[in-house]
Design a protein around this ligand. Structure first.
Ligand SMILES: Cc1ncc(COP(=O)(O)O)c(C=O)c1O
Length: 396
């Protein structure tokens, strides 16, 4: 290996010496700086007390907001730190007083937990869920979003930019332009996007953007964030169940919201994980576009390589494809293959039908094997994984 950047990234990543980690869409291997930020704070809490350690680290906690904001083209006041992307989406949805007949416009590829939340709103409040049609090559058609917006009653457009179960990258900015033109709020689930593709909330034209630390950002598990635009804050948006982190209880029957996105947070959070999120955001900024370009190039290479293996069917669609590679293996259960590859120290993952009912039914598969290389993976690792899959399909 001669590329000095790649050598540095790998030297920074203790886990990559032990295994071939191709499950970055699940949770990436964190760099040592992230691990150290988390572990040292936990140690400090044990040493001096949790509240005391929080006071001591107040400045570094603030730096997490600075780093996350910088990564997505926002200001620190626009960032709320929450447990994960699902909580971020749910906090954003709580900002809307939906009434029966209100429409939520979304895509056919939106994430399972988000779809469940829309359906729950439909069941409980009579909200109508309208899904835009896809382009022939896959992925949401922004013209279909425009048509649904023109039909009226739409309170919110919400889009999973990059779905969990395929290499599809949806046209998030084009959807944002349609929302802006119609004056309808726009929520982006960027869980698989932050760290994989450049994110600029102004260019996307979104009111809300949800992210998680553990995937392409290479942060710890159990922490994520919600971006809330100045426009949404100025509207007075806040979650239904605001807590004392988000508002001051000013009188028996009154409360006053805090100015920034912290009104979407809960008071209690893991300071260790927040520090880990900050370290990850700084590391991701340092790696920059070179990492994203490399991850995608590795995925393209792997997609081509796997497609040439007998018994492997490529499943990714869309004009634009990212760093997630999915294949179906009709003769073998992908869950079995995942286990057998893990026994060889190769980490992959599986998406099942109920992770993405619409897409998987359309593809007529119940399960796919998912490979998600990141920039710290090597070309040799891809070949190792492809050869191992070939062998397993031939019967080990
Ligand atoms: C597209 C997408 N959205 C949202 C989520 C949920 O993220 P979290 O588990 O951090 O809530 C995932 C997780 O895999 C995802 O792939």
């Amino acid at each position: 290996m001669t590329d000095p950047l790649l050598s540095r990234w790998r030297a920074d990543t203790p886990g990559c010496t032990e295994r071939v980690h191709l499950n970055n869409a699940g949770a990436a291997l964190p760099p040592a700086v992230v691990r150290d930020a988390v572990v040292s704070h936990i140690a400090r809490e044990a040493e001096i007390g949790g509240y005391e350690a929080a006071d001591e680290s107040a400045e570094r906690i603030q730096e997490t907001y600075d780093a996350v904001a910088a990564l997505i083209g926002a200001q620190p006041r626009n960032i709320a730190v929450v447990e994960n992307a699902t909580v971020a989406v749910s906090q954003a949805l709580q900002a809307f007083d939906f009434h029966p007949g209100d429409v939520i416009v979304t895509s056919r590829a939106d994430y399972v937990s988000n779809q469940l939340m829309y359906l729950s709103l439909a069941r409980r409040l009579g909200v109508r869920v309208r899904r835009a049609v896809d382009l022939p090559e896959g992925g949401v058609d922004p013209e279909s979003i425009r048509a649904l917006l023109a039909a009226g009653s739409c309170r919110l457009v919400t889009l999973s930019w990059i779905p969990t179960n395929s290499g599809l990258v949806q046209a998030a900015a084009a959807v944002g332009a349609a929302c802006r033109a119609a004056g309808v709020p726009y929520l982006i689930d960027a869980c698989q996007a932050v760290g994989q593709v450049p994110v600029d909330v102004e260019a996307l034209g979104c009111d809300y953007l949800a992210g998680t630390a553990r995937k392409w950002m290479r942060g710890p598990r159990g922490v994520g964030f919600l971006y809330v635009s100045d426009a949404a804050l100025a509207r007075g948006d806040h979650p239904l169940f605001v807590d004392m982190q988000g508002a001051v209880w000013t009188g028996a029957d009154e409360f006053r919201l805090f100015d920034g996105a912290r009104r979407f947070e809960n008071w209690e959070f893991s300071h260790a994980l927040v520090l880990g999120l900050g370290a990850a955001a700084r590391y991701a900024a340092d790696v920059g576009a070179a990492g994203m370009v490399r991850a995608r190039a590795l995925a393209t290479r792997l997609r081509d390589r796997l497609s040439a293996i007998p018994g492997v069917l490529p499943m990714d669609r869309g004009a634009e494809r990212g760093a997630i590679v999915t294949v179906s293996t009709p003769q073998e259960d992908p869950a079995e293959l995942k286990e057998r590859l893990r026994a060889r120290r190769i980490n992959t993952s599986v998406s099942d039908r109920d992770d993405a009912v619409i897409d998987m039914d359309e593809k007529r598969v119940t399960s796919v094997l998912r490979f998600s290389p990141h920039y710290y993976n090597t070309e040799d690792e891809l070949e190792t994984a492809a050869l191992a899959l070939e062998e397993e399909l031939r019967g080990g």
